[in-house]
Design a protein around this ligand. Sequence first.
Ligand code: SF4
Length: 61
Amino acid sequence: MNITVSQNRCPQNHHCPSIRVCPVGAISQNGFKAPTIDPEKCISCKKCVKYCPMGAIRVTE
Ligand code: SF4
């Protein structure tokens, strides 16, 4: 399972609120750009998937 960020769904105009819900610090953001998820750190807990109000973070197989 991979967690991915949809560039199209993320409006890229704010600090990503899901960054602070990630228990392992796997999400990083450069300015207001769509965040990126470090697959080496991510434990696929899906907290960010539930938290993103835009539905921009999703589970992909
Ligand atoms: S699924 Fe969990 S561990 Fe992975 S980036 Fe999202 S909050 Fe962090």
